[in-house]
Design a protein around this ligand. Structure first.
Ligand SMILES: *Cc1c(COP(=O)(O)O)cnc(C)c1O
Length: 441
């Protein structure tokens, strides 16, 4: 259990959040609608917000923060981007849901297919959880096999068969597994260590004929940021191909974030299926799964693998997602995000060095994690190493940054996200805040 670290100044400045949380807890389990928001990983109480614009968040006490969460990834353009707001407003005038097809859904599908190298056909859902569950069902239906390989610390939403060794929220709460997931379900999920190609080879040698899919985050965001080795991804691609299993990339976080074509474009590895979410919905509830046409044609009603949704392809969400992807296509922010990412990484590194705080910093583009790791520790390449982090050290850093108006992930095991709305001065101010915070702790 992590002791709360907020200073008394912090508590005084956030009285309304404290009251709001107390009220929420009487009506909502734990006071939150998703556990990642509960500040369990840093102690203390969550901050309640009332507004956001660009790179800024405003809490219900009127405090302002530079936002490095971006709703856990979706807000790559910053909050209330004019193009996205205009698209949502225009859609409001024509109705918010029909439960029937629209041309706008096909336009979004066209944009996704044009952007993501491996996707030939795509189905829209309302959440990443649904999309990942559906991709797994499809892989099983297509191959006629039962087993799924996943990696410790990778999160694929909360579908039963995927809620095993599932990273951030589960890791933060110390729940490796959830009550309610049956032993039978968990048995069909094989959990391996990320970045260990030899473990994958062994598993395929033993069980290859029973494996429907290898599912992974091609750059992991959900145990803090972990980069894949080339050998690891190449091994996963080769083994699935040889055995007739599908390689499924969960790009809910990395899709449209690392490049328009996601991690698969950056890394040059082509999966059979891809799961998308977060950015693809532009801040509204929308996600997707897609890939090879011959596989996707097994989904009902083209094929027999069942998957459905009353609000799937919802007009408002489709409008927000389409506007976001068009903005990313027309004015790609990726060079700017890389420059800001590199600058923030340098700032954090300098702050840690100046304070004599041992850390491991991992970054790809605009996603980054500073792991508070013991001096001389091995590089963080998977859950075995990530889980050695000094969570109390991270918690002190988190609260010091909050007191300086910087909103970072409320867990050591989440990546921070830079948006296109962040300016040079914001990155500089954040580096200064990190230097002050680490010097004082
Ligand atoms: C957020 C996330 C999910 C789950 O998406 P939801 O929309 O929260 O259900 C799945 N996979 C990854 C990699 C994610 O980051």
């Amino acid at each position: 259990m992590i002791d709360p670290h907020p200073s008394s100044a912090h508590r005084d400045r956030r009285r309304r959040s404290t009251a709001a949380f107390a009220h929420a807890r009487t009506l909502i389990p734990g006071g939150v609608n998703s556990p990642a928001r509960a500040f369990g990983g840093v102690g203390g109480e969550p901050i309640f917000f009332r507004a956001a614009a660009g790179q800024w968040l405003t809490d219900i006490d009127g405090n302002r923060y530079l936002d490095y969460i971006g709703s856990w990834g979706p807000m790559i353009l910053g909050h209330r981007h004019p193009r996205v707001v205009a698209a949502i407003e225009a859609t409001l005038a024509t109705g918010t849901s029909y439960g029937a097809p629209t041309e706008a859904e096909t336009r979004l599908a066209e944009l996704i297919v044009a952007s993501v190298p491996s996707i030939e056909k795509v189905r829209l859902t309302s959440s990443g959880t649904e999309a990942a569950m559906s991709a797994v069902r499809l892989a099983r239906g297509f191959t006629g096999r039962d087993k799924i390989v996943k990696f410790a610390g990778n999160y694929h939403g909360h579908g039963d068969s995927l809620l095993v060794a599932a990273g951030s929220s589960a890791a933060t709460l110390g729940v490796p597994d959830s009550p309610g997931v049956t032993a039978g379900t968990a048995r069909d999920t094989l959990v391996l260590e990320y970045n260990e190609p030899a473990e994958l080879e062994d598993t395929f040698r033993r069980e290859g004929e029973r494996i429907a899919a290898v599912l992974l985050e091609p750059v992991v965001g959900n145990m803090g940021l972990v980069r894949p080795s080339h050998e690891f991804l190449a091994t996963a691609r080769r083994l699935t191909h040889e055995s007739g299993a599908l390689l499924v990339f969960d790009e809910v976080m990395t899709g449209f974030r690392l490049a328009l074509g996601g991690a698969q474009e950056v890394l040059g590895v082509t999966p059979d299926l891809t799961v998308l979410g977060k950015i693809v919905g532009g801040g509204l509830p929308l996600a997707a799964y897609g890939g090879r046409a011959d596989v996707m044609d097994h989904v009902l009603p083209a094929g027999r693998v069942f998957q459905a949704g009353t609000l799937s392809g919802n007009p408002l969400a489709v409008a927000a997602g389409t506007a976001t992807l068009e903005a990313l296509r027309d004015d790609p922010p990726y060079a700017r995000l890389e420059r800001h990412g590199a600058a923030l990484e340098a700032g954090f590194r300098a702050a840690a060095t100046a304070a004599g705080t041992p850390v491991w910093i991992a970054r790809v583009g605009s996603m980054m994690t500073m792991f508070f790791q013991p001096a001389g520790a091995a590089p963080v390449m998977g859950w075995r190493t990530a889980s050695q982090s000094d969570k109390a050290g991270y918690a002190r850093f988190f609260w010091g940054m909050i007191d300086r108006g910087v909103y970072l992930p409320c867990s050591q095991y989440e990546a921070l996200f830079i948006s296109a709305a962040h300016a040079d001065a914001d990155i500089d101010a954040t580096s200064v805040a990190a230097r002050e915070t680490l010097a004082g702790s």
